[in-house]
Each structure stands twice: as structure tokens, then as C-alpha cells.
Ligand binder design. Structure first.
Ligand SMILES: Cc1ncc(COP(=O)(O)O)c(C=O)c1O
Length: 392
């Protein structure tokens, strides 16, 4: 039965990571995979996480299954971090999921099977996996315009005009902050316009929050999602992969905001039925770590400092890169990179330039020209800028 199978196409980003690993050049640079790196090019384990793991190892009573919706303390702490009580407690319910991807997949199943949603609209461009995850659940995936190519900023008029023509009942995916891949986030007043059109058109907002704290701050980065979830139904898919550095532990959450307590309880029960039919119940370790850190005053403030350090380093690398490009004397102005938020930036490099960077300079960037700014370090920025100047 399996003889006729064709090879599936390799994942574009993870395939690039393999090519990077195989490259013998000692000066190779990877700006592809969406993982934070420190000034030494390492992905650190946060101090607060190490301390939480020490406590967990000393006190963990058993390895029994968690409930379908995971640890209840984790759910409460995560919900408060995201929503900060902008929604009545009885109108929001959270389940622990395997990463942000797990949350997105459960949201997709819930929309398709329980709500009867047939289509979701994502920004053009968006994280490549959005189309795969929602498509795999049987939803049609369509796109709305997002980026203004010339200014490399948000094209809000085009976005709102497109959202205004979407049929009622369709879902719309929004990035809460640190838009992947562009780094372009709406300003506060722009979130207001987006929220208004979503309510006027009776659309279901699905908010992907994978980088809280990497843009302007933990509170600031949740302002857009609170603006939307604070005035009606919403689904929030969040991840602690990046802001806790817990990539491999697969820890995220799905939060449903219902119109009232009964609707929220019904939605939670349906979400749990989707989970049961998918992975049954979530893994424990990441959720236990996050709960220990967020519930402990000292560990929580340590975490907030560590998130601030990551955020500051990324911002510093944006400035350093723009200065390094200026020093190369290239015509192109890269100042737009300073306005973008989070780890990613749309560099404007073409496919051909990206290929030349890889083949001639051992610099790995995804084909769309998206760069992971966290891959830049004071030690590699001049080499990077010189290579980009050469291919421009
Ligand atoms: C926009 C966006 N959403 C979701 C995810 C998934 O996060 P996780 O690794 O927690 O599944 C990512 C990861 O890169 C992302 O960039």
C-alpha cells in the first residue's frame, strides 16, 4: 500500500537548518529558524527555568496523566498574563496545549467541527505553518493584505478594506505582536480600527500570541489582543516556547473568550472533546515550570528581567545591523528595521540574493528574505553586512 507514496516536500525552514548544520564553513551564520540566540550565538536555558526545574525535581509527586485541559493553575496564570482581567473570569476558559502549534490545531478543529466555520483568513504574508495547520483541519485558508511593500510598514487601509468584505462567520487570524515574518505590528489606534471591523462584520478573531514580551514589553505586547478579546468572542492561541525558551517542552495554551458564562462553558467542553480525540491530554513538564515561575513573586520578577534582556538584545542588534549596513555605504536604507518588532524582519532581499548569501557566504536566510534578528551578534554583524552589501 505504501509503495506508491511520493516524498513529502521538505519543510522550507527546518530544511535550511539541516543545510546549515552540514556546512563546514567555520564562519557560517544562521538567520533562519525562529529561535532566540544570545550574544554568543547560543539558545540559553533561562535561570528562572533552571530554578523551577530544581524545585520540580525535589517536589514532583508523580507522573500521572494530567486532565484533558492540563494543569488548572497553569490555565489561570496564563489567562491572566494574556488578558489581565480584561474579560470577566466566567467568560474566558484556557486549556494547556502542546506548544502554540498545538493550540492552533485544537482551535482549527474546534472551529471546523464545533462552530461550523469553513474558512480562515490569514495575513499575507504569515507564518508558513498557519496554512498547513488550518488546512489540515479542513478549513479553507485565504489571505488579506498586510504589508506595504514600499515603506515596509502596515498597509492598514488595504487590510481593513479586505476584512470589510469577508463574509460573516469566517475566522480571521491576527498576530498579537512581533508579526512573523514581517516584524510589523499595528499601533494602538490601528488595533481599534481592526477590532471595529471584526465586530461589524461578525468575524471570529483567532489571535496567535507567540512572542509576548519580545516587542515592547509583556503588557504592551498584549494590548492589541486585549482590545479585541475585551469586546467580544475571541480565540487566543499562545506559546511559551520563545519567552520562556521552552521550545522543546511544547508548552502553549488555547483560551476561548465566549459571549457569556454558559457559552464559555459549552465552548470549553467542546474544546476538550477536540483535545481528547487528538492527543488526549497535554505533556506536563513545561506547564509545571511555567506555573512555578509565574506563581512565585521572586521567580516571576527574575523571568520578567530575563525576557527584558532578550528584548533589549534583539533591539540592540536591529540598531547595530542598520549601522553596519550604513557603514557599507549601500544605497538601500535599512532604517525600517528599527521600527519592526520582535525577532523577525522582512529584509527585502530577493530569492536570488538569499541564494547567493547561502552559496557564496554561508549565510542562511529563508527564501522570503525573512531574517531572525536574534541570529545577529556583535561578532558577526560586520561579516553579515559586508556579504549583504556584496549581493545587493
Ligand atoms: C507566529 C507563530 N505562531 C505559532 C508558533 C508556534 O509556536 P510553538 O513552537 O510553541 O508551537 C510560532 C513558532 O515559530 C510562530 O512563529
Amino acid at each position: 500500500m505504501l509503495e506508491s507514496l511520493q516524498l513529502a516536500p521538505p519543510d522550507p525552514i527546518l530544511g535550511l537548518a539541516e543545510a546549515y548544520r552540514a556546512d563546514p564553513n567555520p564562519n557560517k551564520i544562521s538567520l533562519s529558524v525562529g529561535v532566540y540566540k544570545d550574544a554568543d550565538g547560543k539558545t540559553p536555558i533561562l535561570d528562572c527555568v533552571k530554578e523551577a526545574e530544581r524545585r520540580l525535581l525535589a517536589d514532583e509527586p508523580n507522573k500521572a496523566y494530567l486532565a484533558i485541559d492540563g494543569l488548572s493553575e497553569y490555565a489561570t496564570l496564563t489567562r491572566d498574563l494574556l488578558l489581565a482581567k480584561c474579560v470577566e473570569e466566567s467568560c474566558a476558559a484556557t486549556v494547556q496545549t502542546p506548544g502554540g502549534t498545538g493550540a492552533l490545531r485544537v482551535a482549527a478543529d474546534f472551529l471546523q467541527r464545533c462552530v461550523g466555520t469553513s474558512r480562515i483568513w490569514v495575513s499575507a504574508p504569515t507564518w508558513a505553518n498557519h496554512g498547513s495547520v488550518f488546512g489540515a483541519a479542513g478549513l479553507a485558508v485565504d489571505s488579506y493584505p498586510y504589508m506595504d511593500d514600499s515603506s515596509k510598514g502596515l498597509n492598514l487601509d488595504a487590510m481593513v478594506a479586505s476584512l470589510s468584505s469577508i463574509p460573516a462567520g469566517d475566522a480571521v487570524l491576527l498576530h498579537a505582536c512581533c508579526h512573523n515574518p514581517t516584524g510589523i505590528d499595528p499601533a494602538a489606534d490601528q488595533w481599534g480600527r481592526i477590532a471595529n471591523v471584526i465586530r461589524e462584520r461578525d468575524l471570529m478573531p483567532v489571535i496567535d500570541c507567540a512572542y509576548q514580551g519580545f516587542g515592547d514589553g509583556l503588557e504592551e505586547d498584549a494590548a492589541g489582543l486585549r482590545r479585541i478579546a475585551g469586546d467580544g468572542e475571541a480565540i487566543v492561541c499562545s506559546s511559551f516556547s520563545k519567552n520562556f525558551g521552552l521550545y522543546a517542552e511544547r508548552i502553549g495554551a488555547l483560551t476561548v473568550v465566549g459571549g457569556g458564562p454558559d457559552a464559555t462553558a459549552a465552548a470549553l467542553s467542546q474544546v476538550k472533546a477536540c483535545v481528547r480525540a487528538n492527543y488526549s491530554n497535554p505533556p506536563k513538564h513545561g506547564g509545571a515550570i511555567v506555573s512555578i515561575v509565574l506563581a512565585d513573586r521572586d521567580l516571576r520578577s527574575r523571568w520578567e528581567r530575563e525576557v527584558a534582556d532578550m528584548r533589549t538584545r534583539i533591539r540592540d542588534m536591529r540598531s547595530l545591523f542598520v549601522e553596519a549596513m550604513k557603514a557599507q555605504g549601500v544605497d538601500r536604507d535599512f532604517a525600517f528595521i528599527l521600527n519592526q518588532k520582535g525577532m523577525f524582519s522582512f529584509s527585502g532581499l530577493t530569492r536570488l540574493q538569499v541564494d547567493q548569501l547561502r552559496n557564496d557566504h554561508s549565510i542562511y536566510i529563508v527564501g522570503s528574505g525573512r531574517i531572525n534578528v536574534a541570529g545577529i551578534t556583535p561578532a558577526n554583524v560586520d561579516q553579515l553586512a559586508a556579504a549583504i552589501a556584496a549581493v545587493l
